[in-house]
Design a protein around this ligand. Structure first.
Ligand code: CP
Length: 335
């Protein structure tokens, strides 16, 4: 692996970049990575890279970085909890000059029994331009997109996809290593319940990475054969020689209770620590989409390793990646 920078988020100062144009998507909505072509994916990554540079050069007292969303309303509608995704979409939209509204689902009429579609048509009557939606059911965001005039971004739907997470992960890798193609990447943990894994398998494979999935047999997804990836049920074997170890949390909210042994036993077998990490490439990097459960899938010494952990950088880069998505939809046909 050849690193171009020793900083988690800085691009190599010596490499002069041509500013990337706004990304182009062939769709009004951004619902998943599956179905995007390499040109669309690379246009989002390149534009996100440009925004990441811009954010690093900017002080917080400056006006919006762009006015591409001036006069437009972005509505964050999260039916599931979120810290990173919701806040970074809000910052991204404000950086582009938008007005942002955050719907508190816990305090909304959903709690009085209003359906997803009635909620969608109610919000649609107020003419938002972009809806950013997270829902616990796979397919719910796509269904909602068919009933509103706004452009819709999937901020995570059940076990299906979390496309902007995959995008920010790829951008984080590209800014640190300079490429995705040819890297060996192990995605480890609760694959069956992970929308992050699904989106990353699509995206990182499309960009030419070699993907390995590492998990207990009980946490393999049903459609694993169609994914075209290497499977390992031993962490030590699965991360042998890899460039990147991407850890995932046990998503107990989607489990039925019998998939894993005790958390201590799970950590012994599948938790990442410095000892197990020695099996990866000598300078292998560590990623995690968050939120982390320390001592379950990863220990603190590994998660907080300033030389090798990209976990905080992933959060930082999330704002830039989401700016690229919002801008693309504004350009592509949001009302
Ligand atoms: N990675 C991620 O989606 O984090 P949040 O649930 O905090 O948004």
């Amino acid at each position: 692996m050849t690193e171009q920078s020793n900083s988690g988020s800085n691009s190599p100062a010596s490499v002069k970049k041509t500013p990337a144009p706004p990304a182009r998507l062939g769709s009004k909505h951004f619902l998943g990575i599956e179905g995007l072509n390499p040109l669309e994916i690379n246009s989002l990554i390149d534009r996100g890279d440009m925004f990441a540079d811009l954010i690093q050069q900017t002080t917080s007292l400056q006006p919006p970085l762009s006015d591409v969303l001036r006069g437009r309303t972005v509505l964050n509608l999260f039916f599931e909890n979120s810290t990173r995704t919701r806040v970074s979409f809000e910052l991204a939209a404000k950086n582009l000059g938008a007005s942002v509204l955050n719907i508190n689902v816990a305090g909304s009429s959903v709690k009085k029994g209003e359906t997803l579609l009635d909620t969608a048509t109610t919000l649609n009557a107020m003419h938002p331009h972009i809806l950013v939606v997270r829902h616990n059911c796979a397919g719910a965001v796509q269904l909602l997109s068919q009933h509103v005039d706004a452009a819709v971004i999937n901020a995570g739907d059940g076990r299906h996809e979390h496309p902007t997470q995959a995008l920010l992960d790829a951008l984080t890798i590209k800014r640190r290593i300079g490429r995705v193609e040819g890297l060996k990447i192990a995605i480890c943990g609760d694959i069956a319940n992970s929308r992050v894994a699904r989106s990353n398998i699509h995206l990182l494979s499309t960009l030419g990475a070699e993907i390995r999935l590492v998990c207990p047999a009980t946490l393999l997804p049903m459609d694993i054969d169609a994914m075209g990836v290497e499977i390992h049920t031993s962490l030590e074997e699965g991360i042998e020689g890899v460039d990147i170890v991407m850890m995932l949390r046990l998503q107990t909210e989607r489990m039925e209770g019998t998939e894993t042994p005790s958390q201590r036993e799970y950590f012994n077998l599948f938790g990442l620590d410095r000892n197990k990490l020695q099996r990866a490439a000598p300078d292998a990097l560590i990623m995690h989409p968050g939120p982390m459960n320390r001592g379950v899938e990863i220990d603190s010494a590994t998660a907080d390793d300033v030389e090798r952990s990209l976990i905080r950088t992933q959060v930082e880069i999330g704002v830039a990646a989401r700016m690229a998505c919002l801008e693309a939809l504004a350009t592509e046909g949001a009302p």
